[in-house]
Design a protein around this ligand. Structure first.
Ligand code: SF4
Length: 173
């Protein structure tokens, strides 16, 4: 189940959001690292390889993700003993490559869907995630989105601006 929580305008960066929703990722929880299958994009694999890992150590070439007919990527490997992500330290529950983790891990539990000039943000309402509507959670405001995902938003913003002559004029004024 996914539920809409916010929409950001990729040109003006204005945000409309559901004020009743709050989120806080709980430190050292790691439940999503245990429960989910994570897709890897080519860029994710390259970034992790730059840390000194070989792709065969962390790519599960037997698990493939598709959207319709489009191949999206392979899954990250699971630790055969714990069944969690190979990069989750089983004792500390910390991610060994946190600053270089795949985009899907950074986005979770959110799903970004681009519609024209807008990015819609949904939350995947997994019952195991204690961060969803956490009492100390933060609403999904403009500040939250730009702090956590500013680089992702900027990448799409540049595409929207460069693809549309209408926005090129707006930006250059
Ligand atoms: S996103 Fe949710 S399940 Fe994953 S570590 Fe944070 S609180 Fe836990």
């Amino acid at each position: 189940m996914k539920r809409w929580v916010a929409t950001i305008d990729l040109v003006t960066l204005e945000v409309e959001s559901d004020p009743t929703f709050k989120f806080k990722c709980v430190e050292n929880c790691g439940l999503c690292c245990e429960r989910l299958e994570i897709p890897l994009r080519g860029e994710d694999i390259e970034r992790i390889e730059e840390l000194g890992y070989n792709a065969w150590e962390f790519v599960d070439y037997e698990k493939l993700f598709y959207r319709g007919d489009k191949f999206l990527g392979y899954a990250i490997k699971k630790n055969p003993v714990t069944d969690a992500c190979v990069f989750l330290d089983p004792e500390t529950k910390k991610c060994k490559i946190y600053n270089h983790r795949p985009l899907a891990c950074r986005l979770y539990p959110f799903i970004f869907v681009k519609h024209g000039d807008k990015m819609e943000i949904y939350v995947k309402e997994d019952s195991f995630c204690p961060g969803i509507n956490h009492p100390e959670g933060e609403p999904i405001t403009r500040e939250f989105i730009l702090r956590e995902y500013g680089d992702v938003i900027e990448e799409y913003r540049q595409k929207v601006i460069h693809e549309s002559p209408k926005h090129r004029v707006k930006v250059s004024v």
